[in-house]
Structures are given as C-alpha cells and as structure tokens.
Ligand binder design. Structure first.
Ligand code: CTP
Ligand code: MG
Length: 234
C-alpha cells in the first residue's frame, strides 16, 4: 500500500566540530532542552508534517529515543536511525528507510542545527514543493559576496540581489529526492553541501528558492548558541 504524506528527515548525526564542545552540538542545552528538541517540536506541532525520521549517530540512538522523543512526547517521530560519515550519507540513510517503507509524498530534509525553523517556513516550503516539486528555503545574502581564485584574489562580484544563502528545509517529492541521491551514491560524487545541489547536478531539475528567515540560521559556532538562546527568550 502506498501512502502519500509529508515526511521530515531531521539530521542529527554530525559531530559539531566547529562548536568545539565535548558533546555533539545537536544535544547541547539550549534554554534547558537539547538543541534537537526545538526543530522536532516545530514539526510535531505543524499542520503540514505527518511523520518525522530522525537520523543520528549510532551510539546516540537510545539517548535520542529516551531523552528527547519519549521525554517530550514527540509522537510524530516514527523512527530514529543511524546516519553516515557525511551529511549526504545521513540523508541517504533516511531516504532508503523511507523507500523501504514504500513512502510516497514529499520529503522535508532539515538540519537539526537550524533549531529556530518555524511553521510559516514549513507552510511556504509546502506551497513550493506542491508547485515546483523541488525547492529549498533560503534568504538573500546581507553581505556582498566575492568569487576568488585559488590565490585569494577577487575574480568576480555577483549582483547581490541574486545571491542567496541557502537554509533548510529543502523539500522534494520522494521520487525526485530518492532518484537524485541514488545517482549520487552510484556515481560516487563527494563534494556536496546541500540537497538542492544533488538534485541540480544529478537530475538537472530547476529548484525554486523560497523565503526562509534570518532566525532560521544554522547553529554552528559557540556565539550562535548565545544568539539562539536570546531569540528563544524573546
Ligand atoms: N549531519 C548529519 N550527518 C553528518 C554530518 C552532519 O546528520 N555526517 C547533520 C548535523 O547534525 C547538522 C546538519 O547535518 O544538524 C548540518 O551539518 P553541520 O551544521 O555541518 O553540522 P556538523 O557537521 O555536526 O558540524 P561541523 O561541520 O562543525 O562538524
Ligand atoms: Mg558539517
């Protein structure tokens, strides 16, 4: 039986090396709760999301189940599975799980490090995937961006209004996401930094960028944690 739904793959299998803390950043305390909790809570309360798959480090699966999912009654979490060495390998684990379950519909691929994702963003992304089949959330860059050569000299300055910082969720129909990643793995392409890039390069499909928010930034370094904490208190 094929089911059609909106499923989130929440990525929490990184090491958080730029955070320079003992424990992985997705489990650091943010206003008293693990960072991972916040995006899961937004998905839990969302009108759009039906189910959630959490991808995490193999030795953290029990912790995630007990100290996050069960503790905070995150009932939409259907499975907690192990990730891979790189982000794209963690995504691939999630997509294979869904393919095994014969899931159809849309997949919302999200970095748990973007703890402050909102329902409004999920709604815009859902409209985006319904209309365009492949979309990613992002925001226009605030800084001017330079393209440099290997020696660090400026080669080109793209028009600022056309440069976006891409965020997550990145949302695709299941078919598109699975097919793009399947080819990526088969062709052993490695330097991928987001999901849109996989769909762009493997399937050459157009990807619509959808407005995210500046609050939906990726908690990466220690000062980001302070910023997120302040925003939560607001
Ligand atoms: N991620 C993952 N599996 C990996 C690497 C990253 O699921 N092998 C997840 C992270 O947990 C994070 C998201 O992908 O939520 C975005 O990655 P990033 O912010 O780069 O996190 P880390 O890779 O953990 O951090 P760093 O690059 O500083 O080590
Ligand atoms: Mg990383």
């Amino acid at each position: 039986m094929n089911k059609k739904s909106n499923i989130a793959i929440v990525l929490a299998a990184g090491k958080g090396s730029r955070m320079k803390s003992e424990i992985e950043k997705q489990f650091l305390g943010l206003d008293g709760k693990p960072l991972l909790y916040y995006s899961l809570k937004t998905f839990e309360e969302s009108e759009i999301i039906d189910q959630v798959i959490v991808v995490t480090n193999a030795d953290r699966i029990t912790y995630v189940k007990e100290a996050v999912v069960e503790k905070y009654h995150l009932n939409k979490v259907r499975a907690v599975i192990k990730g891979g060495k790189e982000r794209y390998l963690s995504v691939w684990e999630g997509l294979q799980y869904l393919d095994n379950q014969k899931e159809k519909g849309n997949v919302f691929i999200h970095d748990s490090a973007r703890a402050l994702v909102s329902e409004e963003i999920l709604e815009r992304a859902y409209q985006g995937v319904k209309e365009f089949k492949a979309c990613a959330v992002g925001m226009p860059t605030k800084d001017t961006v330079k393209i440099v050569n290997e020696q660090g000299f400026v080669e080109h300055t793209p028009k600022r209004s056309l440069v976006w910082n891409v965020q997550t969720p990145q949302v695709f129909t299941m078919d598109i996401a699975y097919e793009a990643y399947k080819r990526l793995i088969k062709e052993k392409v490695e330097e991928v930094t987001d999901d849109a890039m996989v769909v762009e390069t493997m399937l050459k499909l157009p990807i619509k960028l959808i407005e995210g928010s500046y609050e939906n930034f990726k908690i990466t370094t220690p000062e980001d944690l302070i910023m997120a904490e302040n925003l939560l208190k607001k």
